[in-house]
Structures are given as C-alpha cells and as structure tokens.
Design a protein around this ligand. Sequence first.
Ligand code: COA
Ligand code: ZN
Length: 303
Amino acid sequence: MELPTRVSLREVGPRDGLQNEDPVPTAAKIRLLDALSATGVGRIEAVSFVHPKAIPQMADADEVWAGATHRDGVRYSALVPNSTGARRALAAGFRELEVVVSASEAHNQANVNRSVAESLDDIAALIDLVHNDSGPVPATVEVIVSTSFGCPFVGDVEPARVASIVDRVMADGADRIAFGDTTGMATPRRVTDVLEAVRASQPDLDVLLHFHNTRGTALANILIALQYGVTQFDASVGGLGGCPFAPGATGNVATEEVVHMLHDMDIDTGIDLLALIEVARLAQELVGHELPSGVLKAGPRLR
Ligand code: COA
Ligand code: ZN
C-alpha cells in the first residue's frame, strides 16, 4: 500500500491540551512551548484568543506568546473564535490563524454562541480582514470544522453537511481546512465517510485531521487517513487535555504515540522522539497528574 513518506504534525498541547486542564501559571506555559519548539516539531498551535470568561486558561495568551521563544523553522499558530480574536492574534504577531465552526448546530451554539450560518458569515468577513489587514505577505486562515465525525449533543453528523461547510469556506477564501473530532467520536468508518464526501467536491484539497483519543480509536483513524493520503495531523504531547464537563473525556491523541507509530513505518516527522517523551514528562509535571500516553509510560518499543 502507498503511504506518505513524510507527515506534518501540529502540536496542540499548549492550546487544546491546556485549555482543558486546571489553569497553569504563565511561566509553565512558556516552558512547555519552548520545550516543544526544541523537539523538531514543525508546527505548534501556541494559544487561542478567545473570551477570557469562556476559556480562563487562555486569558494570558498575549503574555505567553510574548514570553515564548519563536524558533526559526517552526510554524506557530493561534486559534480564534471570531474577528475580535483574529485582530488580537494579528496584533500579537501571528501569521497563521485557525478559526473554528462546528458542523453541528447545537455544538456551534454551545461553543461560540451563534448559529452555524452566523459563524459562516463571520468567517467570510474574518478571512477578508486577515488577508487584507495583515501586511504585504498576508496572514492565512485555516477553518477547523469541529464535530465533523459526531456531536456530543445530537449524535451523528451528516458527512454531506461537513462537505457543504468546506465548499462554503473555500469559496470564501479559506487557506486551509481541518476536521476536528472534538469529543473522540471518530472511527475509521467515519473518517472514510467524511474524506469521501469532501473529496467528491474538493478532490485536490489537503486537509488536516484533529483526533481526540476518548474512545481509543485515534491511531486507527490516523492509519486509515494515511491510506487516503492525508499528511497533516494534530496531536498533543502526553495526550494532554480532556474536558471538565465530559466524564471520561481524554485529550488529543498523544504526539509521541503518533510519532512512535509513524517512525516505525518509515514515515518521517522531523521530531526527535526521545526529546518529545521528555517534554511529555515535563507536561505531566506541569499539570500535576498522570497523562494517558502509553509511549510516555512504556517508552519506545526498542528502548
Ligand atoms: N477575545 C476577547 N474578547 C472577546 C472576543 C475575543 N475573541 N470576542 C468577543 N469578545 C468580547 C467582546 O468585545 C464583547 O466585549 P464587551 O462586552 O466588553 O463589548 C464581549 O466579548 C461579547 O461579545 P460577543 O461577540 O457578544 O461574544 P459572546 O459573548 O457571544 O461570546 C465568543 C462569543 C466566541 C467570544 C465566546 O463564546 C468564546 O470565546 N468562545 C471560545 C470557545 C472556545 O475556545 N472553544 C474551544 C476551542 S474550539
Ligand atoms: Zn480538540
């Protein structure tokens, strides 16, 4: 079977991971970011610019980003929920933004307090704002379609609905597309269904996939996506994250578990696995509890 020989991983522990942990001090966030920047990872989602009441864990985003080392060769990005967040991210110096909309109406309301149609109109304006107001080399916008593989409130989400959101935001000028498995409802079957539906109208689109390992299917999802030629994935160091409101929820698939599997398949990530495992240990120390990563617990298979 043809598999990619190189995969681009984006580390999301500092944002998706930490937003779902008890708040840690600003200095600890900076330490984690700097340690991750030194592992060889190519992309890091550093912070989000959201309402501090919605996500108090990200209230110090400006301080975190100002204090962190911005390492050459690493692409840093920020997640934003709306144009206010986009302006804050641009002002802080970010060149890659991610804006989120849910495929499920109920989840979109819960997450960003507006309908999907309103979010899509906002996103069109946000894309214009970012492309036009960010200097001679315009900053870019990735649209993350969350709950693409299922919604905790309404259950299954029609892949055709996901595909139509993609068509809309691509027409509005989105630079990149990601699919979020917000609460770990994806399985290989659902991944196939979404990729097929999207490919039908966007055959050449490179997408990024964002899986949570809530039900243990994240690596299986990644494997099937690789078979579909997907080469971009999110992951969080140590499997950092969870959700205070969903008992049993876990974080994103652990970055070191993904790297461990990919390297054994001769798929390059640019990441130093042993260095990354040390960062997972640091992350565990910073949040003060055990993290779920098996590779953190057991080490690589030939250790
Ligand atoms: N950052 C900081 N403040 C913001 C903001 C942002 N990104 N967006 C809006 N605000 C402020 C507004 O300026 C306004 O302030 P004011 O009352 O002093 O005028 C206030 O928040 C209300 O604005 P409004 O547009 O009505 O926002 P809202 O109350 O409907 O909240 C979101 C909408 C999107 C800002 C909020 O739900 C949010 O931040 N959600 C984040 C969700 C998230 O991160 N989920 C996890 C990742 S997917
Ligand atoms: Zn997530």
